[in-house]
Design a protein. Structure first.
Lengths: 452, 477
């Protein structure tokens, strides 16, 4: 028996990513009236729900085909039919967002065919849209699942429609606070925008008078249907594959121009975003936002000495890492290690392009895990860690601050309220980083200064 | 739209004096949004606390990612169980097989972390692509000279309960391979306690004070070498029976070690457990030690519990647990605090478990098997519960509706077992149900408005004069 795995192979130790259906479920939660559905084992739905509840602290209902042994042997069609019917009975959804798993993909279930037959056999009642995305866990990461699901949603729902002056925004996996802020910006520009997917209310809601189905909130299906008539699409991603890009699909199919750009976490990239929106809306940048920008620069000046030439370890989804690296470079922090569990292979290339003067000082790790991040980080002598909660072990080992951003944040409250993008996001993050350094200075001093 | 799906109606009953006739031990209904996980989860949760073993999840990285350091199971030594290892299979492995990666992964990880044993968990696709996991484990075991144990935990192969069994089968291979010399005749294995927030340590201390030696704790703060010699114990004391009973039965068959069922939650059950162990050994010193221990522990906490009871009396609870056995203790503990259980259910209860639930609950209590968020929400609203006890997945149901919540799952960080744990439990329930924030939650606001009318000053909505807890703890007086 030949037992040699490829020389590059290493097992994953403390993963820096989640699985593909996870991202798809996040996307589906942001469509109004959409019930997420996993075609696979019960554990997949439950683990993903558990993880999302830990981060957002909100109810997350994900239905599932609940595969058993006979389902695996004879195929998942029967469970699929039962499951979809039960979701329709239980949730009365307008859409069911169906993603596959490694199990259903490996046994060769043809979900598209299942959907076709389900629609055919149940044509007496009005049925919800059944949107299907292939997300075996052995292909890609949660980030890929998220993009692919958004593309699948657009692909299923967008129809030939009148051209209109609205735009589509595909912001990537941001926080509810970010999504609200983006909507506010569009509103201030008087520019109708279809934001996909918008889980700001489903993942950051109010208490209830009675138990809700919690699928009511999000991007309206009627707005997604009109996505093909939009003036343009903006996608905050420089790493998404062409075949996974929702904006790309709308260009291919409906000639909607796509503007792809890095996630705007810095002043420079936010400027580009605002300029683009200004030009698309044919409205000037509102004074409110120019003032926010002005105050942000003023804050940069106030705090610059605390951060200059500090060294940061950053990790997370590729697009978040790229956006963050640009922000850090802008304030004088060296993103000494830029790491991702993503497998797109575009992180290095994107950073070279965006930060040519700093790239020689940056170590890039792609398709990595937290043991490799920890091993490498120690040799880089970083001053700060910026990323999700999974960097906590490293923070403890190195005894340096961890500023929490992204997902998951399962050891603090308020993940939904963290802003990342735009001038306001940069302001929030900047204050947190500077204060982390000031706190060290204060705590480490035997004097105990009360004014810094 | 239906709150209770047609396919689930046999799994919900309301107690009305008769026998409990409930459907259970079924595969979850597709599309029902079950709160259950899978076979893999069952195995992982049982073996997780074995701190000096390598736990390698064979499959794509997702299953390992979701189970990384999620439990509150503590170790006073190695921390290897808090890491997440995966063979991280990719698309081509699914086509060509994952055996090579499994072999390479085991080699790298065993060399780096020097574990005492390795558990290899099969995930869903391993059962489909046909990797010969047993053969690889055998080979590595021989080469590395440590036990490398396959855990047949493919997610789809049943329910979480089948995962428990697979975990027991894996551990069974270790039992009987160690030296049992020097073990006291008054010796036990603690089975089915997972040392959440240090609970096993508390329980172990009780036994030691009684004069009873704990040979192995299976699996809380577990060690491979302890498991190996666990067959030297005189008695197996089994908590959380669903998870570990299979191993106890195996040990009885082969080594003739009897087992008893206990629970460490609540004064009543905790005391009963210690008395039963003492009774088994029929030794005067042990019996005297036990009586003294229980009396001093109970006396120490009764005043505190009385205080909480005054605050909590008249409140109503919904209890939803993984195994039903824990629910029994919770119902009794809540009753001691003046809290009535109005809804109770479990993910994996057996017909006997539900019969028992029927016996210890009040008339009209809703009993559910393998429920889901919509149903739970309906029941807590119908019964106007003030409190929900469950895990993180159930928490948002409680909070959205303005109910207090107590985490009684493996993820919690507060010990709720033992005497000290009972006080913590009361505090947890009190801290959540009596918080002033509920006054601002629209759905619950009316309760506090009524309270003002009846001139009740406390934050509980049904304050009544409370009776002291004196006679309720069996054998403790």
């Amino acid at each position: 028996m030949e037992q040699q795995a490829s020389e590059n192979y290493r097992p994953t130790k403390n993963p820096c990513r989640l699985c593909t259906p996870f991202g798809a479920c996040v996307a589906f939660n942001g469509v109004a009236g959409c019930a997420p559905y996993i075609h696979g084992s019960q554990g997949c739905a439950t683990y993903i729900r558990r993880y999302l509840i830990g981060h957002f602290r909100e109810p997350v209902d994900i239905a599932c085909s609940s595969f058993g042994e006979s389902t695996t042997i004879f195929g998942g069609k029967e469970n699929f039919d039962t499951g979809i019917s039960n979701v329709i009975d239980g949730y009365a959804p307008k859409m069911v967002g169906i993603c596959s798993t490694c199990l259903s993909e490996t046994i060769g279930d043809d979900v598209s065919q299942f959907i076709y037959e389900y629609n055919k056999n149940n044509n007496t009642a009005p049925l919800p849209y059944l949107v299907n995305v292939s997300t075996p866990s052995y292909c890609g990461t949660h980030s890929d699942g998220f993009h692919k699901a958004n593309r699948a949603i657009v692909k299923t729902l967008a129809i030939e429609t009148m051209k209109h002056r609205g735009i589509n925004i595909f912001p990537g996996m941001l926080s509810p606070a970010d999504l609200r802020y983006l909507k506010e910006i569009m509103n201030d520009f008087c520019l109708p925008a279809m934001l996909l997917s918008d889980y700001s209310d489903s993942f950051d809601g109010q208490t209830w008078d009675k138990y809700e189905k919690n699928i009511e909130f999000g991007t309206e299906i009627k707005d997604i249907e009109k996505a093909g008539g939009a003036k343009a699409s903006i996608e905050f991603s420089t790493t998404v594959d062409d075949e996974s890009s929702a904006a790309g699909y709308l260009t291919e199919t409906f000639d909607v121009p796509a503007h792809t750009m890095p996630m705007p976490l810095s002043v420079t990239s936010t400027d580009k975003f605002f300029e683009l929106v200004s030009s698309l809306s044919e409205n000037p940048i509102p004074q409110k936002h120019l003032s926010e920008r002005g105050r942000l620069i003023d804050a940069y000046v106030d705090g610059h000495k605390y951060v200059f030439e500090k060294r940061a370890v950053i990790y997370g989804d590729e697009d978040m890492v790229i956006g963050l690296a640009c922000f850090l470079a802008e304030i004088g922090i060296i993103p000494a290690l830029c790491a991702t569990g993503g497998q797109g292979g575009k992180l290095q290339e994107s950073l070279e392009k965006l930060l040519p003067e700093m790239i020689s000082q940056i170590t890039v790790q792609e398709d990595t895990d937290f043991i490799d991040i920890n091993d490498c980080a120690r040799s880089l002598e970083p001053d700060i860690i910026i990323g999700n909660s999974n960097g906590y072990k490293l923070k403890r080992q190195l005894d340096i601050p961890l500023v929490r951003i992204g997902l998951p944040i399962h050891d603090r409250i308020g993940a939904s309220r963290i802003l990342h993008v735009g001038y306001r996001g940069a302001q929030q993050l900047y204050d947190r980083i500077v204060n982390a350094f000031i706190e060290i200075q204060q705590e480490d001093s035997p004097v105990g200064y009360t004014h810094i | 739209m239906e709150t209770i799906l047609k396919g689930r109606r046999q799994q919900v009953v309301k107690k009305d004096g008769k026998d409990i006739n409930i459907a259970c031990e079924k595969q979850s209904l597709a599309g029902s949004v079950s709160q259950r996980a899978c076979v893999f989860c069952g195995s992982r949760v049982v073996l997780y606390p074995i701190a000096d073993a390598l736990h390698l999840v064979h499959g794509p990285a997702g299953c390992a990612a979701y189970t990384w350091d999620i439990r509150g199971a503590l170790s006073n030594g190695p921390q290897l169980h808090r890491m997440s290892f995966s063979t991280d299979l990719r698309e081509k492995d699914v086509i060509f097989g994952g055996e090579k990666k499994l072999y390479a992964a085991l080699n790298e990880l065993i060399d780096r972390y020097q574990p005492k044993a390795a558990f290899v968990y099969s995930t869903c696709i391993i059962g489909v692509i046909g990797d010969d996991v047993d053969a690889i484990c055998k080979r590595v075991s021989k080469e590395k000279k440590i036990p490398v144990l396959p855990v047949h935990s493919e997610g789809f192969k049943g329910t979480k309960k089948d995962g428990y069994k697979a975990a027991c089968e894996a551990m069974w291979k270790l039992v009987g391979t160690g030296n049992t010399s020097g073990i006291s005749k008054f010796s036990i294995n603690i089975m089915g306690d997972f040392n959440i927030a240090g609970e096993t340590w508390m329980i172990k201390e009780y036994y030691e004070k009684m004069g009873v030696e704990v040979v192995a704790s299976i699996t809380g703060d577990g060690r491979v070498d302890d498991l190996r010699r666990s067959h030297g114990a005189a008695l197996n004391v089994v908590q959380c029976s669903g998870s570990i009973i299979h191993l106890a039965r195996r040990m009885k068959e082969k080594y003739g070690i009897p087992f008893i069922h206990v629970s460490y939650f609540g004064i009543e059950d905790m005391s009963k457990a210690l008395y039963e162990v003492a009774d088994y050994f029929k030794d005067e010193t042990v019996s005297n030690n036990t009586r003294e221990l229980i009396q001093s522990e109970v006396n120490a906490i009764l005043p505190k519990l009385n205080w909480y009871r005054q605050k909590l009396n008249g409140k109503k609870a919904c209890v939803y647990t993984g195994g039903a056995f824990k629910a029994f203790s919770l119902i009794r503990s809540l009753r001691m605090l003046g809290v009535q259980t109005v809804v109770v259910g479990s993910q994996t209860g057996s017909p006997e478990d539900y019969q028992m639930l029927g016996e210890i609950t009040d008339e009209g209590t809703i009993i559910v098997d393998d429920t889901n968020p919509m149903e739970l929400a309906k029941f807590v609203q119908e019964k106007d519960a003030d409190l929900l006890i469950g895990g993180v997945k159930e928490r948002p149901i409680a909070y959205k509706l303005g109910l207090g919540f107590c985490d009684h799952n493996h993820e919690r960080k507060i010990p709720l077992a033992g005497y000290e744990g009972m006080v913590n439990f009361a505090k947890e329930v009190y801290t959540s149900t009596c918080s002033p924030v509920w006054k601002l939650v629209p759905r619950r606001k009316h309760l506090y408005e009524q309270q003002v009318e009846t001139n009740c000053s406390g934050s509980c909505h049904e304050c009544e004069s409370t009776c002291d807890i004196k006679t309720q703890c069996s054998g403790a007086a």
